[in-house]
Write a protein of this length. Structure first.
Length: 323
């Protein structure tokens, strides 16, 4: 399994990954993108930004990189970086299928992505990913599975995913929505020829949204690698947007709010990789300070007061504008 490469890593940042959702396309739902992105959000400008981020992340010990078919040109940019860095052989490369990018490199598109978890969509997107990442792809996940997703019951799809796993690509899933825990537990029950199909799960977990925690612990105990996304709640837990408690905890350690929020996730015993969704090298540097912050019981109790009802959290997220 590719994540075994990280198991023996000794650098604190080896278990922080870099997600490319915010830099592979001109529009996304993270806060304050107007301050973070180049004035011209051309393909070349975002490619340059992405390559710079990947170089900085690798130099500071990051070894997992996460893309998706729906992240605009993220797979293309990541493939470009891997081609430019042929000596880089110790990274784990993950991507996701199940959403098609439909914004045509615009910010104000009526629809930015379309979801389809059918076997036909898998076959089409698998070919697209292979054309961009080739044999460097280690992990392929179903993107944004919810409890009602046909991906949890479609036997034909399961057989195709099992064949991919037999070819050496680890198969996993990501989850979203207020019922993540239900989706994770249903995924744990999916088998092909008596063997569990999914070997990783990527889920949203942060100071504000902790509802998937128990199910992620169960997944970890079942042998899955847990990847945490949206640890900064799309910017709600970074900078001055963060609740006062997060800012105060960070200030006592002379770190940013983002480091405090990431430290909370990193301390979860089941968290295998925690994604940074940084848009700039400066943001990345702040994120990578997270392992330095030790959260004691008093601080954890303070953070517990920030937990939101899952339905309310996901309703708020759905209302964030693409910008």
């Amino acid at each position: 399994m590719p994540f075994s490469r990280l198991a023996s890593a000794t650098t604190p940042t080896a278990h922080i990954g870099l997600g490319l959702a915010a830099v592979g396309r001109p529009g996304y739902i993270n806060l304050h993108r107007d301050r973070d992105l180049p004035g011209t959000r051309s393909v070349d400008a975002l490619r340059e930004l992405t390559l710079e981020l990947l170089d900085a992340a690798y130099a500071q010990g990051v070894r997992y990189f996460d893309a998706a078919r729906s992240y605009g040109r993220a797979e293309e940019f990541l493939g470009d970086w891997l081609t430019l860095r042929p000596d880089v052989s110790d990274v784990v490369v993950g991507s996701k299928w199940g959403y098609t990018y439909t914004a045509d490199w615009t910010v104000d598109a009526e629809e930015h992505e379309v979801k389809d978890h059918s076997p036909a969509a898998f076959a089409r997107q698998r070919a697209e990913t292979e054309a961009l990442l080739g044999d460097r792809l280690d992990l392929y996940q179903i993107h944004s599975v919810t409890p009602d997703s046909p991906a949890l019951t479609d036997k034909e799809l399961h057989e195709r995913l099992a064949a991919l796993a037999a070819d050496g690509v680890t198969v996993g899933l990501s989850t979203s929505g207020p019922a993540q825990a239900d989706a994770i537990r249903r995924a744990l029950a999916v088998t092909v020829d008596g063997e569990p199909l999914f070997r990783t799960v990527q889920a949203t977990f942060n100071v504000l949204e902790t509802s998937a925690g128990p199910a992620l612990a169960e997944a970890h105990d079942a042998g899955l690698t847990v990847i945490v996304k949206e640890a900064l709640a799309n910017g709600r837990l970074a900078g001055t947007e963060a609740p006062a408690v997060v800012q105060e905890i960070a200030a006592t350690a002379e770190l940013g709010s983002d480091a405090a929020a990431l430290a909370f996730v990193l301390r979860q015993p089941w968290a295998g990789v925690v994604l940074s969704g940084a848009t700039t090298v400066l943001q990345l540097a702040g994120n990578l300070h997270a392992p330095l912050l030790d959260l004691d019981e008093q601080r954890l109790t303070q953070l517990d007061t920030l937990v939101e009802d899952p339905e309310a959290y996901w309703r708020h997220r759905a209302g964030l504008p693409w910008s």
